[in-house]
Design a protein around this ligand. Structure first.
Ligand SMILES: [Fe+2]
Ligand SMILES: [Fe+2]
Length: 351
């Protein structure tokens, strides 16, 4: 088998470590060649599942990319075992035969993040690995997080999408205010704050070019964007966050009438906490400038929220949210008026 150089283990500690597992030596050589110019990554290789398990037990591996068909432990079984040994390690399955059963097993048994078909495209493989490493970074931080860390992770993700800067923070604030208003217990409010901060954390998997595209997205790009609740929930699940938080991330684009995504859930099939975050999310989205449209005026926000409330929101919750929304919009209007007055004052001084 190709040798794993011992100095790689020593010099690479703390680095983004990726382990490739394949019983075919030429494949591993090719992979090593492909990633040889990436100084930020530590690459380890193993030619069997058994060997890979030994490495995962002793090394801090961020991501495993495994072949499916190998003598001894199969790729699916290997990834499943790694899921238990090291839950924050990302898992990608590679296969030469893209049959449905393997794909389903990859998702259900080993909870693999991605599925790569051999022969791979070099650029695509590199970008999948990089994307998976970014996710691993988030998962690893979330796994040891305190409240402040969750917020800073949410903010880091927002940087990818500059138009939404501050969005997660505001969503957390509006959602927790609504939760207090309906009298949810302190513990739920803490969770709702976390869900608000993290609801869009799956955007880590959406390429910046798609997020910041200044026009209408085509169907394939929309498909990618629509996966962000699934990706986000997976990140939160891997980080062992409470199920209630995972579900807020997973369901924040579901709509009360069943027209949302990813599952098209209806009414109370959507968890209460997710229904709360949805209202806060839409309200803040409308008030923020997006790459594809300007921010709505206060009157437009009121009108659109009213129109959406019929079908999209929990009717009881949206009714209670009115007063919270009005307070925010009033403060906005007051701030804008002061700003204009200041500008006018400056103008007259200069005149
Ligand atoms: Fe979202
Ligand atoms: Fe959002």
């Amino acid at each position: 088998m190709p040798d794993i150089k011992s100095e790689e283990f020593i010099s690479g500690s703390g680095m983004r470590t990726v382990l490739f597992v394949d019983d075919e030596v030429p494949v591993l050589n090719e992979i090593q060649q492909l990633f040889s110019d990436d100084a930020a990554m530590r690459l380890l290789v193993a030619s069997s599942g058994e060997e890979a398990l030994k490495i995962v037990r002793t090394e801090d591996v961020w991501l495993v990319v495994s072949d499916t068909h190998m003598p001894g432990i199969s790729g699916i079984e290997l990834l499943e075992r790694i899921r238990h040994i090291s839950p924050t390690t990302g898992r990608i399955l590679m296969t030469a035969h893209a049959d449905l059963k393997t794909a389903i097993d990859a998702i259900n048994i080993s909870e693999a993040f991605r599925f790569i078909i051999k022969p791979w495209d070099n650029d695509e493989l590199k970008s999948i690995v990089n994307e998976a490493l970014e996710r691993s970074e988030v998962v690893r931080e979330l796994a040891h997080c305190e409240e402040g860390t969750i917020l800073s992770i949410a903010q880091a993700i927002e940087l990818k999408d500059p138009y939404t800067r501050g969005h997660c923070d505001r969503v957390a604030e509006y959602a927790s205010t609504l939760a207090m208003k309906i009298g949810l217990p302190e513990e739920s409010i803490v969770h709702i704050k976390q869900g608000g901060w993290l609801h869009d954390c799956g955007k880590i998997g959406v390429p910046g070019a798609v997020l910041n595209f200044p026009g209408k997205l085509d169907e394939p790009s929309l498909k990618i964007v629509r996966r962000h609740p699934l990706w986000g929930a997976e990140v939160a699940r891997q980080a062992d966050l409470p199920t209630v938080v995972v579900n807020m991330i997973l369901y924040h684009h579901e709509r009360y009438d069943g027209s949302g995504y990813p599952y098209g859930l209806k009414g109370e099939e959507i968890t209460l906490e997710a229904r709360i975050v949805t209202i806060a999310d839409v309200f803040d989205c409308l008030r923020t400038q997006r790459p594809y449209r300007a921010a709505c005026t206060n009157d437009q926000v009121r009108k659109i929220m009213r129109e959406m409330s019929e079908a999209f929101f929990d009717p009881h919750l949206i009714e209670l949210f009115q007063a919270i929304a009005e307070k925010v919009l009033d403060e906005d209007a007051r701030r804008a008026a002061t700003h204009h007055r200041d500008l006018a004052g400056q103008g007259s001084r200069h005149a």
